[in-house]
Design a protein around this ligand. Structure first.
Ligand SMILES: Cc1ncc(COP(=O)(O)O)c(C=O)c1O
Length: 421
């Protein structure tokens, strides 16, 4: 690659490679040189191994950086209680159940946590999964089981929801997308469905790239009006929004109007795993009709134990929720004052829109190398064309000096690349 324009055109040509045909299916991988070239230029931002992740700071290849690129919203990955419980569980129960929930993979630990999650979320039942990704694959595939089932989704939902829909489409299910965060458009789409069709309305509670809160009041009202069910993926809402961190639906006063709420342990709960709450009979159906749940190993005991401990701390140390909200508000306000475009976020995720893939990567590099500030670049096709951005996210354990250091760096790099004056 001779220059950075080649990098940009390489990024744009990924679609052509995917469509490449021929006898040898590995040929496209051999023709894919972009990553090697970007690495050689020091412009490859992905899969960089961290030496340590201490929460608000991390060590990347020997260099201490301020971490504005994780989903550790409550800062609980370093909490002694969370770490101790994971260690205890690994001593008592081992590293893995080596089997699926359906057969030998369930422990009392999973059941106890399910009872706690259901009670906390004011829903009849809960189910623990191995990842948040699996929650969407499993639930959507099981619920949308034939050609009269329709997934009606916000255009900007998480990839795992689209993948769940792809599985459902193999059952014959249909996909209808409504304009982003637009209940009026949702209502139009629901009104157009046939009398004998069943729809599941699906949205993120907090949109994961841009931090925007879904209009769940409008969406659940539209779903109810037409008699359809609604499911919310609240991966980024739990621990950040609502009373005691109950999430987006609770914060908007529609917890009872949302039929299914799902999420992950990999953000506020400082672990890995997934959760779903809703009617007992529906969860029972998912347990027996979702192949991605039935034929995958269960969430390991230390991961469940860590999430359970984080769940307790989240409810005990409510200052964490206040602090993550305050930190994010401070950064949002200051970045907007500087002239950055941050979109309609009101959560712990604050995007800085750059709207150009190559500039986004160059800014990521300058922030990291010149200012020791870690953020995540989002470029196409991960975001829509002209939607490139630096995704920043904040934690309860960021102190003012971390935030101010970030602001200084954003100001310098924003000016350097002409994003602000
Ligand atoms: C909105 C949303 N749903 C689901 C997931 C998947 O969760 P997990 O990391 O537990 O697989 C993520 C994680 O990136 C997410 O942001």
């Amino acid at each position: 690659m001779s220059n950075s324009n080649d990098l940009a055109s390489g990024i744009a040509s990924r679609g052509n490679l995917a469509r490449m045909s021929g006898k040898d299916l590995f040929a496209k991988a051999n023709a894919w040189t972009l990553t090697d070239e970007a690495r050689a230029m020091g412009m490859y931002p992905f899969f960089r191994p961290l030496d340590f992740n201490d929460g608000p700071e991390a060590v990347l290849e020997g260099k201490r950086v301020v971490m504005f690129g994780s989903n550790n919203y409550l800062g609980l990955t370093t909490h002694p209680k969370v770490r101790e419980r994971a260690i205890d569980a690994i001593r008592k129960f081992g590293p893995s159940m080596t089997g699926s929930r359906l057969v030998n993979g369930s422990m009392k630990l999973h059941h106890v946590f399910e009872e706690q999650l259901a009670a906390f979320m004011n829903k009849e039942s809960a189910l623990v999964f191995t990842t948040g990704y699996q929650v969407n694959l499993a639930t959507i595939q099981a619920m949308l089981s034939n050609k009269k089932s329709v997934a009606v989704v916000d255009k900007q939902v998480h990839a795992s929801i689209y993948d769940g829909i792809r599985l459902a489409q193999s059952n014959g299910a249909q996909l209808v997308r409504f304009h982003h965060n637009n209940p009026a458009d949702l209502e139009k789409r629901l009104a157009a469905l046939q009398e004998d069709e069943g729809a599941l309305v699906i949205t993120d509670g907090v949109f994961s790239t841009e931090g925007e809160i879904a209009d769940l009041k409008g969406m659940s009202a539209a779903s109810k009006k037409y008699g359809y069910r609604i499911m919310v993926d609240d991966a980024h809402g739990l621990g950040v929004l609502g009373e005691k961190g109950r999430g987006t639906a609770d914060s908007l006063g529609v917890q009872d109007d949302v039929d299914l709420i799902g999420g992950t342990f990999s953000k506020s709960l400082a672990s890995i795993g997934g959760w779903l709450v809703g009617p007992r009979k529906v969860l029972d159906y998912v347990k027996h009709f979702a192949s991605s749940f039935m034929f995958a190993a269960s969430c390991p005991p230390p991961s469940v134990a860590a999430a359970m401990a984080a769940f307790e701390v989240m409810q005990e140390e409510t200052w964490r929720m206040d602090k993550v909200r305050d930190n994010a508000r401070y950064m949002r306000d200051e970045l907007r004052k500087m002239g950055f475009e941050t979109g309609p976020t009101e959560t712990a995720i604050v995007p800085i829109f750059v709207r150009q893939d190559l500039t986004t990567i160059a800014m990521w590099k300058a922030l990291l190398e010149d200012h020791a500030v870690y953020v995540n670049p989002f470029i196409s096709p991960g975001v829509p064309p002209k939607g490139a951005l630096l995704r920043t996210s904040y934690m309860a354990t960021h102190e003012k000096h971390h935030l101010d250091r970030g602001l200084e760096a954003f100001r310098a790099v924003g000016k350097q690349f002409g994003l602000i004056s």
